[in-house]
Design a protein around this ligand. Sequence first.
Ligand code: PGA
Length: 252
Amino acid sequence: MVNPNRKFFVGGNFKMNGTVDMINELINHLNNAKLDGKTEVVVAPPSIYLLQVKEKLTPPAQVAAQNCYTADSGAYTGEISPSQLQDANIEWVILGHSERRSMFGDTDKFVADKTKAAIANGLKVILCVGESQEEREKDITMEVNERQLEAVTKTIEEKDWEHIVLAYEPVWAIGTGLVASPQQAQEVHADLRQWLGQRVSQKVADSIRIIYGGSVNGKNCKELARQPDIDGFLVGGASLKPEFVDICKSAD
Ligand code: PGA
């Protein structure tokens, strides 16, 4: 049941995959699907391919970077700044992905600071949160998600939330083939929305898109999309396959 007040959103996170040719092929496939714009579609290629995708992708589909830094410019070898993304007309950035948190040391505070800097530079943010398998087993799922969100809440203002899509990505479901059940995902999405209502504002809770990520594919997307608090998906592995188009149409 798609909420008419929240436009369905599907992001494709290519992660560190692809070549010039393969990415051209994926973008051609997406362009040929002639998506009607009812769902907001955003693709996130590795940074070296951002401009290539920007040039080839047919609007209204948009482009996201997979990360950015906090500063505008300077001696930060290997980083991309939010103002450079804006300069290159890249509309979105993914921040707080669990792979960045677990492998590259992105702390809750760092993710919050990056979120603030991105929004200050006119970017929109796909902000990822999610608990590990161990944390779910310990029954601290919401505690972990709230802690990750609280850092952002403390750092940005209420008006900034309109530039954020919140991605709930349980770490145990990412790249594992172990998708959260529609009920499991719905439960956390509803809790996150309620938490935002209490901690930020009812307006933000009602309007923010909360999307699910973790082993979403062409087969399981429809039932997930029917949950009242699931407003779309962040897709990894399946975004590199033709079925990504089916996921983009899952709310139809
Ligand atoms: P997956 O990745 O779809 O391959 O599980 C999702 C993500 O990491 O965003």
